[in-house]
Design a protein around this ligand. Sequence first.
Ligand code: PLP
Length: 444
Amino acid sequence: MNPVEEARSAVLEPTGHRWLRNYFSDSRDALLVGGLSAEQLAQEFGTPLYVFDAATLRQRAVSVRTALGPSVQALFALKANPNVSVASILRESGTGVEVSSIGELLVAERAGFPGGATQFSGPGKAGPDFAEARRFGVSILNVESEEEYERLAQAASHDGYRPGASLRINLPRSARGPRLRMAGEAQKFGIALEEAPALVARIHSENVVSFRGFHTYSGTQCFDAEAWLDQSRLLLGFAERVERELRIPVADLNFGGGFGVPYFDSDPEFDLNAAGSGLQAALRESSRPDRRHYVELGRYLTAQAGVYLTRVLYVKTTRNRKHAILDGGLNHHAAAAGLGSLIPRPFPIVRVRQPRAAATERYSLGGPLCTPKDEFSQDLALPHLEAGDLVAVLASGAYGLTFSSVLFLGHPCPAEVMVDEGRAFVVRQRGKPEDVLRGQFMRG
Ligand SMILES: Cc1ncc(COP(=O)(O)O)c(C=O)c1O
């Protein structure tokens, strides 16, 4: 290859190649998920289809547990993937769970999590959530405002129960770290650090709920382990201050999550070992062996374990541009269509047939919806595509279906399949076109 050809082929390298290299077995001709052929899975279960790999879920849970050590409990942030089978595999692998709605709580229950391993977060929790948390025996409600505390205290005093409550702290420093920030400024999430001591003192003196400690979550897609540790040390220092100055014990500390997953070629890997050993060192220094510590991770546990398979319906060329029209898109995988990202860039996407083949063409890749937003890429370098080809969106185990506007345009919900030890199980049945009518009534 001469230098010009080399530069050209580098530009044309599909964004999925790095993912194939790093996370998929080295089979030249086929894309395998959990050892099974993606093409065969699509034939057997139809498309569009989510496929999850149980072994990868287990491996992610184990690596997180190993890095954090025995004094930190990992919770699975269920919002990343509320599939019951995904959640139950993570439970079997030793994680607890963090939920943010009654629906998620029901999924956690079905997945076998006990209430004692469950924490309940979210800025809009109210009466029915508190009642459900009580029924399930949720160990900690992460309270996000003084107003929420007052409602919780009111519910508790009526019902004669004493919920465990931590305060979600909005830390002041979050300039470095997460790409999508959910702390640091005036945010709807949590209680500002400087406003928290007064509320802690109030909760302690009113003694209606059991004050447990603090929770924080500063945002998602953090690639800087040191920045994440900074936040954790800040929370730890704050807990020590509260114990020293208010003489109120802090029994539980939840350091949040947001560990980054590299979707794009320019993304770094999050240094899990640095985060884990740094946290362990900080905890050793704080020398409170009786305190319980948590992190809550969604994307980092599940993103790598999922693939979204969609079939090319048509390839057309118009005004010198090639468009591949797929049978699924934004309605099933809004994140891959750019929802939630500041700069839309294509997810790691590969052609399933000979996925490592050289990229020779550029495609706009979009689904069947009547909106230009329904596009995984405007200009993606891929091997030649034909109608009938399968396309795989890798890195799709987190914020896939759950983050998508499934009702938009009334296409059915895709099926979800779990591959485990060489066998494939349907873990969410495919929807039907008539689902769009479910629960609707003619007026009058
Ligand atoms: C409170 C809370 N915890 C945990 C998470 C999970 O974040 P991630 O998937 O980035 O680990 C989120 C995501 O929005 C969140 O809001």
